[in-house]
Ligand binder design. Structure first.
Ligand SMILES: *[C@@H]1O[C@H](CO)[C@@H](O)[C@H](O)[C@H]1NC(C)=O
Ligand SMILES: *[C@@H]1O[C@H](CO)[C@@H](O)[C@H](O)[C@H]1NC(C)=O
Ligand SMILES: *[C@@H]1O[C@H](CO)[C@@H](O)[C@H](O)[C@H]1NC(C)=O
Ligand SMILES: *[C@@H]1O[C@H](CO)[C@@H](O)[C@H](O)[C@H]1NC(C)=O
Ligand SMILES: *[C@@H]1O[C@H](CO)[C@@H](O)[C@H](O)[C@H]1NC(C)=O
Ligand SMILES: *[C@@H]1O[C@H](CO)[C@@H](O)[C@H](O)[C@H]1NC(C)=O
Ligand SMILES: *[C@@H]1O[C@H](CO)[C@@H](O)[C@H](O)[C@H]1NC(C)=O
Ligand SMILES: *[C@@H]1O[C@H](CO)[C@@H](O)[C@H](O)[C@H]1NC(C)=O
Ligand SMILES: *[C@@H]1O[C@H](CO)[C@@H](O)[C@H](O)[C@H]1NC(C)=O
Ligand SMILES: *[C@@H]1O[C@H](CO)[C@@H](O)[C@H](O)[C@H]1NC(C)=O
Ligand SMILES: *[C@@H]1O[C@H](CO)[C@@H](O)[C@H](O)[C@H]1NC(C)=O
Length: 766
């Protein structure tokens, strides 16, 4: 086994100059003391306490820079950066990606620059350093590559008190931004009120301001990023696991970015309005008197850490959640969604029928592929709804994946196989970086997995064997998991690992695919089998013809959603409609989120490495030998101690490579226009059926709402005689619409998320 010593740095900490002290600011007391005083004066019953944004910013930027701790962090992230699959592609992306999507980023080069600034004592304060490190990862626009330093995420979340939307006046004109509350007032209140579009924000052209702000988001596609700035019904329906009310108002990635003290709108009607930006305070300020004491209490660890040597659970190959999710017992409101035929309790999936002229249209709304423990419910909802739609004589199906940030990989395969059980079960293959860490782990996992039977053990069976299968046999690091591009088993770890292809100076494993017939599939899927395989192999009847299915997205289709989309587009030839986008002419992409096919939490990587060194060794000597490989680098907890509590830390572990793409470009870097682009209107921001009807019209109604692209090739639907059930539904939908009111639409979804997360982490002071 290769020996590689972990000398990451030749620099001794003692030789480093001490960072310069902070300049004084114009508060009587320190800004952090002012935050503490403000909190003390707020009623303890209020949900999440808030302070003015500027006060929060002055406080967090008064935290002194700790040079030695910063250096340890910059060096501590390096072992995990190595697992990021696409660093050479990020540095040197294809020309079309660089032109239409995002510019290249040299992660390793930029990290070295940050390190040099740390060593040179060039950061004025801890937040300046933390924010630069955060921004390095964010600037890759790979939603799977994320680290939120404590100074960025632990203390404050920034927000603007005014969610906005971007809508076209008539579905054809380019969209403009409006205050969402105005649109609600116009829709449900004073009928003589007409909202006016925002023409300037903080003195800048609104469109320009918003396009720049959009770049703070996690997605790669700029039109998808633009949509994510705004309030959107699909996102809101996800409650605490979605990106809330848009990045502009401080949801999603918007909460990490200081928006300045105020936000000033100039409207087209000439009115000017100024809003006070604020920050949610996430921790107790009891006893905090200045930046230094804030550092001591909240930014110098210890935070919750992974248990060293804990067995890595087999299910970590399965989820690619874009949001950390916690289960809620009560139903989450889905404002603007009609009464469902069936809906999963967290609104992760739901089925709806449309009324009147749209009576033959069924809608499967899938805003998530489930990052929580609800895989069986998801699958059952999808299967039951499709059966119900067929039973009700529905002829057309809209699949709405707006806001879908991903989730359980195999649920993406399952939904595709539910729709197209007889189609080929793959459209792309996977690979990961072939380097020392992945090689050593794979060798050991493959060796140990050969010593016991590969079998699914039920609850009453041999517990030891169950654990071995879950932790080791079902892992991607066991060559017996997955199949090669010829659909054959790999013969050995070497056969799977390769290295296969060398690209741009980096090495990758051979390509591999999921073996959906594998007996251990339930261990990688949250407990489900995929339709068409195992006990579900009798599922063979395709419910809808491909031309009777259309998928609609807001561009926020990431991770598992992109795996699903690759199957739907490449294999089934289903057309995709993209909504919204920047106020520019032309077609947009439908799939605008990370197309990597598996993320890995850094905690999981650490657990894998430590497990190999301390649990899978057959002798103490072997353990020492393993620790002297690169795996020895994963015993330092610094990145975990310095990460923002409750936020997942991830890399993109697997690339997806399209079948027969001889250039082997990871799908992340492939630009793909949608088939048709439809603009949001005001009606669509309060009633999701307005979107579905525009989609149905454009696909089958002979009335195109496409401002670019077209749905040519889809047949116009026949008029259908209304059944008794159709008439009942029509009355129900009308009653639902009559009862809609502005108060149904929460303007503060993110606040709830904060409260939930903090309670979940036990951080909130009592
Ligand atoms: C700076 O960080 C180091 C750990 O790297 C710690 O020992 C030291 O106490 C910190 N300095 C201050 C002033 O908190
Ligand atoms: C209705 O809107 C008009 C125009 O904006 C305004 O003048 C009027 O005061 C509003 N009435 C109510 C009851 O809010
Ligand atoms: C101008 O438009 C804004 C935004 O819709 C609205 O709040 C304001 O009342 C309008 N002003 C006038 C004078 O109508
Ligand atoms: C595996 O799944 C279980 C139950 O869904 C969950 O509690 C656990 O955190 C998961 N482990 C990992 C490493 O994702
Ligand atoms: C569990 O497995 C055991 C032995 O493999 C078998 O006898 C038993 O019937 C199984 N139970 C269930 C509920 O499948
Ligand atoms: C359980 O499985 C382990 C691993 O294969 C094996 O060593 C052990 O003998 C089994 N125990 C029983 C009771 O079958
Ligand atoms: C890629 O693999 C080749 C052959 O094993 C090796 O010589 C080379 O150093 C590797 N490159 C990297 C960047 O690891
Ligand atoms: C897939 O998994 C099944 C069941 O574990 C196994 O029999 C088969 O050899 C695997 N490979 C292929 C290519 O089907
Ligand atoms: C498939 O088999 C299961 C029982 O094994 C049965 O419940 C189900 O109805 C069958 N489905 C079809 C489509 O035949
Ligand atoms: C494996 O190594 C650990 C130390 O890392 C040691 O405590 C343990 O005894 C070793 N296991 C075996 C089976 O020798
Ligand atoms: C790739 O090529 C093979 C052989 O020509 C073909 O069977 C397969 O369907 C192709 N894959 C795709 C996604 O077109």
């Amino acid at each position: 086994m290769a020996r590689l010593l972990t000398t990451l740095t030749g620099l001794s900490l003692a030789s480093i100059a001490i960072a310069s002290p902070l300049q004084a600011r114009q508060y009587d007391a320190s800004p952090c003391a002012a935050v503490a005083a403000s909190l003390a004066s707020q009623p303890s019953s209020s949900a999440t306490p808030t302070v003015p944004a500027q006060l929060a910013y002055d406080c967090i930027t008064s935290v002194p820079f700790n040079q030695s701790a910063a250096l340890a962090l910059v060096d501590g992230v390096k072992p995990y950066f190595k697992w990021q699959s696409n660093t050479v592609w990020l540095k040197d992306p294809p020309a079309e990606y660089a032109e239409k999507v995002q510019p290249g980023v040299d992660i390793w080069g930029e990290l070295e620059k940050i390190r040099a600034k740390v060593v040179g004592g060039e950061y004025d304060n801890e937040h300046a350093f933390g924010f630069e490190l955060y921004t390095l990862l964010q600037s890759t626009h790979d939603g799977h590559f994320v680290f939120i330093p404590d100074s960025v995420g632990n203390i404050f979340n920034f927000a603007r008190p005014v969610p906005i939307v971007s809508v076209s006046s008539d579905g054809k004109e380019l969209p403009k931004a409006y205050v969402y509350a105005d649109v609600l007032a116009e829709s449900f209140g004073n009928s003589s009120f007409a909202s006016s579009a925002i023409s300037k924000i903080n003195g800048q052209d609104a469109k320009e301001f918003l396009e720049n702000w959009a770049q703070r988001g996690s997605l790669q596609d700029r039109d998808a990023l633009y949509n994510n700035v705004f309030y959107e019904l699909a996102t809101v329906s996800l409650g605490p696991v979605g990106s809330g009310i848009g990045t502009f108002a401080g949801s999603g990635r918007g909460r990490w970015v200081y928006p300045g003290p105020t936000t000033e709108f100039v409207f087209e009607n000439g009115t000017t309005r100024t809003y006070d930006n604020y920050a949610k305070v996430l921790v107790s300020f009891a006893g905090i008197t200045d930046g230094a004491s804030l550092y001591k209490k909240w930014l110098s660890g210890p935070q919750p850490t992974p248990t060293p040597g804990a067995a890595p659970s087999g299910n970590s190959t399965a989820p690619t959640p874009s949001a950390t999710a916690s289960a809620t017992p009560t139903p989450i409101p889905a404002p603007g969604y009609p009464p469902p035929v069936v809906r999963e309790i967290h609104n992760l999936i739901g089925g709806y029928f449309l009324e009147d002229d749209y009576s033959d249209v069924a809608v499967l709304s899938v805003p998530s592929f489930v990052g929580i423990d609800a895989q069986e419910e998801f699958q059952a909802t999808a299967a039951n709804f499709l059966a119900a739609a067929k039973a009700a004589g529905k002829k057309k199906l809209i699949v709405d994946v707006q806001a879908n940030g991903g989730g359980t990989i195999l649920l993406g395969y399952d939904l595709y196989k539910l729709l197209f059980p007889n189609n080929v079960d793959h459209a792309a293959a996977d690979r990961f970086r072939a380097f020392e860490s992945t090689d050593v782990i794979g060798q050991k996992f493959s060796e140990v997995a050969g010593t016991f039977p590969r079998t699914l053990v039920n609850e009453t069976g041999n517990e030891t064997l169950a654990t071995l299968n879950e932790n080791i046999a079902s892992s991607v690091f066991n060559y017996r998991t997955d199949i090669d591009v010829n659909l054959e088993n790999f013969d050995s770890w070497q056969d799977k690992f390769g290295p296969g292809l060398e690209q741009k100076g980096d090495n990758f494993t051979n390509l591999f695919r999921w073996n959906l017939s594998d007996v251990l599939i339930p261990l990688n899927s949250g407990g489900i089998y995929v339709h068409g395989y195992g006990p579900l192999s009798n599922y063979t009847e395709q419910p809808f013809a491909a031309e009777d299915v259309v998928v609609v997205t807001d561009g926020y289709c990431a991770s598992t959603c992109t795996i699903f989309s690759e199957l739907m587009r490449q294999r089934a030839g289903v057309k995709y409609i993209s909504l919204g986008g920047r106020p520019r002419e032309g077609i947009t992409q439908a799939v605008g989120g990370v197309k990597g096919t598996n993320n890995y939490p850094w905690t999981y990587i650490q657990a894998l490495a430590q497990y190999v060194v301390t649990e899978l060794n057959s002798t103490a000597e072997e353990s020492t030998e393993l620790r002297n490989t690169e795996l020895g680098e994963y015993f330092d907890d610094t990145p975990f101690l310095r990460a923002s509590t409750g936020q997942s830390i991830n890399v993109n572990f697997r690339d997806g490579i399209r079948d027969n793409d001889t250039s082997n470009v990871p799908l992340q870097f492939v630009y793909e226009a949608s088939d048709c682009r439809i603009l949001y209107t005001k009606a669509m921001t309060v009633d999701v059926t307005a979107i579905w009807k525009a989609v149905s019209d454009s696909a089958w109604g002979g009335k195109s709402h496409c401002v670019a692209g077209d749905m040519g090739g889809y047949k116009t639907k026949a008029k259908r005689e209304m059944t008794v059930q159709d008439k009942v539904l029509s009355r129900r939908m009308n009653a639902w619409r009559r009862e809609l009111k502005a108060e149904d639409y929460p303007l503060d979804v993110f606040t709830d998320e904060t409260v939930m997360q903090l309670n979940g982490n036990g951080l909130m002071p009592v």
